[in-house]
Design a protein around this ligand. Structure first.
Ligand SMILES: [Zn+2]
Length: 396
């Protein structure tokens, strides 16, 4: 195994508060990293770096931990630009469009689904994402949900069974039977391919009792809970997440003080998805209120064809700073270490000794440019487990 020095880093963000400037971002200037065996083996001033087999000189660029996109619906077929255009013309989002994607996904071949997901994943990698969570939820039959999870597993270990995304058309007259299917035969078939169980606990989706029933079954099958909640209305998602000790409750647009207190008390991460609010033109959640209450906040894309066909974590960071009231430092932390917390991972989201060597190189003097220059292609290299993924060697 060859060791590699990445040096001449103008600004290195480690998200390790024990090094550098002592802030949560643990920033070092004129820094270097040594990678060995796919993990970070040394971090410090470039002038003090040890000898290695290979050297990469970044000429003063900024390095941040690779982004952890802890909420995506990676595998699906089709697209819904017409629905987007209609919504921008004034039609409200009700969640009904999911059925369109379910039909397209069921009709697609496995090869078509794999190719579509790979294209999205390549966009994510090129914009600095090194860990992706991927949910099922556009199959909604036993065989189709298994197929989506098997495809997701080809890209990530962070796979989530979301049979309870919506009640499919064929069960609209007997939703109880669908909930029983999800918590029974579908869960049994999907559990071997998933780490997490998720439910869309919201107005027009699944209520608190249905959510509890499905989460209980998922936990009994060895899965860990996370939820979609409080996006469309003030519902029970946050409280049920706290009750079950979920890793994360995602969206959080409509929270009461009791919800916020319950999340803080139970240590549930609030994952905010501002690209979904941006793309649906709905009010943003109040991130400041969550942070002030001691809730850990993560940021993710919610990449999906209906409400957030977004693959870029830099865009999400820019939105979080402009619209959620986070500082650039808080937004970067939420997109890296925060995402890792939402996935209960301590080996990613930071560039500390022993962490996975997952990083993004920015063609900028500071990470602040992620928010300061929205839309600019600042990520010029992405490294995962010590290997450069993007751009492929020889292309650039
Ligand atoms: Zn989602």
């Amino acid at each position: 195994m060859t060791s590699r020095l990445i040096t001449n880093i103008g600004e290195l963000v480690t998200c390790d508060p024990s090094v550098g400037d002592g802030s949560a971002l643990g920033i070092l200037r004129d820094a270097a990293i040594v990678i060995d065996g796919g993990v970070v083996a040394w971090v410090g001033p470039a002038a003090a770096a040890p000898a290695t087999d290979e050297v990469t000189d970044l000429e003063g660029r900024c390095v941040v931990p690779g982004f952890v996109d802890s909420h995506t619906h990676l595998v699906f077929a089709g697209e819904r630009s017409a629905e987007f255009a209609a919504r921008m013309a004034g039609e409200p989002y009700t969640g009904g469009g999911i059925a369109t994607t379910v039909a397209a996904t069921r009709a697609a071949s496995t090869g078509q689904l794999r190719a579509a997901a790979a294209k999205r994943l390549a966009e994510m990698t090129a914009s600095g994402t090194t860990t992706v969570e991927a949910k099922s939820g556009y199959g909604l039959t036993v065989a189709d949900e298994v197929r989506l999870l098997e495809l997701s597993r080809e890209s990530t270990a962070e796979t989530t069974f979301l049979g309870a995304h919506v009640v499919p058309q064929e069960y609209l007259r007997d939703r109880g039977a669908y909930v029983d299917l999800v918590a029974g035969e579908m869960l049994a078939a999907c559990a071997p391919h998933a780490r997490w169980i998720d439910v869309f606990c919201d107005q027009g989706a699944f209520d608190a009792e249905e959510t509890r029933h499905i989460l209980r079954a998922g936990i009994a099958a060895g899965l860990e809970p996370r939820l979609h909640g409080n996006q469309l209305a003030h519902g029970s998602g946050a409280l049920v997440a706290a009750e079950f000790g979920a890793a994360s409750v995602d969206h959080c647009n409509h929270l009461m003080d009791t919800d916020v207190a319950a999340l803080a008390c139970a240590g549930v991460v609030a994952t905010l998805l501002p690209a979904a609010d941006f793309c649906t033109r709905t009010p943003y959640p109040d991130a400041r209120r969550l942070l002030d209450a001691g809730v850990t906040v993560a940021l993710a894309t919610d990449c999906n064809p209906g409400t957030s066909y977004v693959t870029s974590m830099p865009l999400v960071i820019a939105l979080a700073v402009r619209e959620l009231g986070l500082t650039p430092a808080e937004a970067l932390w939420a997109a890296t270490a925060g995402g890792a917390a939402a996935l209960r991972r301590s080996d990613i989201g930071t560039l500390a000794v022993g962490s996975g060597a997952d990083l993004a190189v920015l063609d900028a003097p500071s990470y602040v440019h992620l928010a300061y220059r929205p839309g600019a292609p600042l990520v010029v290299q992405t490294w995962q487990d010590g290997t450069r993924l993007s751009p492929p060697r020889g292309v650039r």
